[in-house]
Design a protein around this ligand. Structure first.
Ligand SMILES: [Zn+2]
Length: 431
């Protein structure tokens, strides 16, 4: 049975339209009809979160204190590993449920979970190789967020097939064991493949995974840190993105997560190949990664909450624009001729690129998921979105719908209080 709603304004792939009826059935949009009468609120396509390690939400705010030496991505990673090693399957499910509810409450309607916590704390395999994937899928289903499971293949501790360290024992697998995880995950949710990084996967393994993926999404961390770029140059004489594009069939179903440190030639090549740049501005700021040169990138991009230190697509887009303003000393950098209002350009481009990265039909159009965010009305829809992105004026979203079901009303998800209590208990235990 189909349902329908009428909005005063809706952000369609062609731009703003008025008095739009959205018709949907079985979780998908079946009709988009402007020019109706009446309608309330401003509908935006739901924002796909193209990169999340949801377990990391459990230690958000706990690493913001300087250690004995200089803090860096690498000292943060040591702390993250210590937390990761203590998490049980029940803990992961509780943390994920809370994290996915927070994502929905802030306007992320789908999440690509880049999942590498496969093994038991001692490094042995669980009886069900996809045990931890199953916990993520259960949490996503309870929360009602769309899930793309990206089981991560992680085999090495550095470029050139270096052996993994003991701290990586929960992540590492053989290709055979990975097949079993992927097979199990595929029965739980749509899946893609995630070679962790060029550090953790050899060229032979990467070629195998690219073949195994077929048309499914392939996501990989790349060029996040300057130390990684230098190690890659020392290993093969090429920069990470340059090497990846030269040695794999990376195309529109690939998402290059971060791609922070790229040359103009690499940016041009990424756009030409049609890959999605997976930008995670808040995490990249938090970890001191650097600034992706988004102003000169003509290809597709989306946003991810990555470490989940803060979950908020509006804040991600604000920081994406502000990082460009800082480095270029200019304003309204990410606006386009089609969308001269910066916030609208950012939401339209990131929701479209995010959908591409998750293998979804993008935007409010027939065939796309019936996933949308409803903002309260303002003098114009551009102003409403600008205030949400730059002035945090939409701290409580009116409604969030995912897959044809309203999951958030007046900014709150019905399961938020109970999920929060379970989450807090896990955090107390881990500390
Ligand atoms: Zn990541």
């Amino acid at each position: 049975m189909s349902s329908s709603l009428i909005f005063r304004h809706a952000l369609l792939p062609t731009g703003w339209a008025e008095h739009v009826r959205l018709v949907f059935e079985n979780g998908l949009i079946t009709g988009v009809i402007p020019g109706q009468s009446g309608g309330q609120g401003i509908a935006l396509p739901g924002m796909p979160n193209l990169h999340s390690h949801v377990f990391q939400r459990a230690f958000a705010g706990l690493t913001e204190r300087r250690g004995p030496g200089a803090d860096s991505f690498w000292t943060w990673r040591d702390l993250m590993y210590r937390f990761a090693h203590a998490l049980t399957p029940d803990d992961l499910e509780a943390v994920a449920l809370h994290g996915y509810i927070e994502m929905l409450e802030r306007g992320f309607t789908h999440v690509a979970e880049f999942h590498y916590l496969h093994n038991a704390p001692d490094g042995s395999a669980y009886a069900n190789p996809a045990e931890m994937s199953a916990r993520l899928a259960a949490a996503a289903q309870q929360a009602g967020i769309g899930l793309l499971l990206l089981p991560v293949f992680y085999a090495h501790g550095g470029f050139g097939g270096q052996p993994p360290g003991p701290a990586q024992r929960r992540f590492v697998s053989s290709l055979d064991h990975y097949d079993a995880i992927l097979e199990g995950a595929s029965r739980l949710a749509p899946t893609g493949l995630a070679p962790h990084s060029l550090r953790a996967v050899t060229p032979d393994e990467l070629a195998h995974l690219a073949g195994l993926a077929g048309p499914r999404p392939v996501h990989i961390h790349i060029a996040e840190q300057t130390a990684e770029v230098e190690a890659c140059l020392a290993w093969c004489g090429q920069r990470p993105v340059e090497h990846l594009l030269a040695t794999t069939p990376a195309g529109p179903n690939w998402c290059l997560v971060h791609a922070t440190h790229v040359t103009p030639a690499e940016l041009t090549a990424m756009a030409a190949r049609g890959v999605v740049a997976g930008l995670c501005p808040i995490t990249e700021a938090n970890l001191g990664d650097g600034i992706f040169p988004a102003a000169t990138f003509t290809g597709a991009f989306g946003i991810g909450s990555d470490s989940n230190v803060l979950i908020d697509p509006f804040a991600e887009l604000q920081l994406l624009e502000y990082s460009q303003r800082f480095s270029l000393r200019a304003r309204n950098v990410m606006a386009t001729p089609g969308f001269p209002t910066t916030a609208t350009a950012l939401w339209a481009r990131a929701s479209e690129g995010g959908a591409q990265a998750l293998g979804l039909t993008s935007g409010l159009r027939p065939g796309a998921p019936a996933s949308f965010v409803v903002l309260p009305e303002a003098p114009t829809p551009d102003i409403a979105l600008s205030q949400a992105v730059f002035a945090q004026r939409a701290s409580a979203l009116a409604q969030v719908w995912a897959g044809g079901v309203q999951q958030v009303a007046d900014g709150a998800h019905r399961l938020a209080p109970s999920a929060r209590a379970r989450f807090e208990a896990v955090v107390r235990k881990l500390m």
